[in-house]
Design a protein around this ligand. Structure first.
Ligand code: CUA
Length: 187
């Protein structure tokens, strides 16, 4: 009688020890992953990190107001430059062509912001002091919403821009009128 109780206790203890070992191993692996990736990124920061001086952003360089919006380079490449700030994007309405690679270049003047364009893969964080850049292609014409998706303060949920994806013909026709394109309505 006491023999069976003792062996049952022994089995339960062994099972508990096994599970404790599994749980401790999982925690150990996670901690090790954190340490290894932390050391790796500290020792070898990602390449092509571009910095920009927040204090002179509005005064000189590529993010001055007159240079914001969509530009077609001499090589035909399309670049969108924009600024994120509490609580708006500048320009508030972006124009891009469909089925053509578009490079975004964005930075922030104050807090950490971010944006995503509709349901496309155009998605980045925008961090003060750094230039966020990515290249993507839009496959559907029409208007997309572009909300800020990093909590940046009390006005976060009101921080939106719009993106108009135009056909190549419409885009090129519009680009003949100006060096920097946007769909911001001017009074
Ligand atoms: Cu900007 Cu949230």
């Amino acid at each position: 009688m006491s023999g069976t109780a003792a062996s049952a206790e022994h089995i339960a203890e062994a099972a508990e020890r096994r599970w404790a070992f599994v749980v401790v191993s999982i925690i150990g692996v996670l901690v090790l992953m954190t340490i290894i990736t932390g050391l790796h990124w500290a020792a070898m920061p990602p390449s092509r990190v571009e910095t920009v001086d927040v204090h002179t952003l509005h005064l000189k360089g590529e993010f001055v107001e007159s240079n914001l919006g969509t530009a077609i380079g001499a090589d035909g490449k399309v670049t969108v430059r924009l600024i994120a700030q509490q609580y708006s994007f500048q320009p508030q309405c972006l124009v891009v062509p469909v089925d053509m690679p578009v490079t975004f270049r964005a930075t922030s003047t104050d807090a950490i912001h971010g944006f995503i364009v509709g349901t496309t893969n155009a998605n980045t964080m925008v961090v003060p002091g750094f230039v966020s850049t990515f290249t993507t292609t839009f496959h559907q014409t029409g208007e997309q919403l572009m909300p800020c998706h990093e909590y940046c303060g009390t006005g976060h949920e009101a921080m939106w821009a719009h993106v108009q994806v135009l056909s190549a013909e419409d885009f090129l026709a519009k680009s003949r009128g100006a060096e920097r394109l946007s769909c911001v309505q001017r009074p």
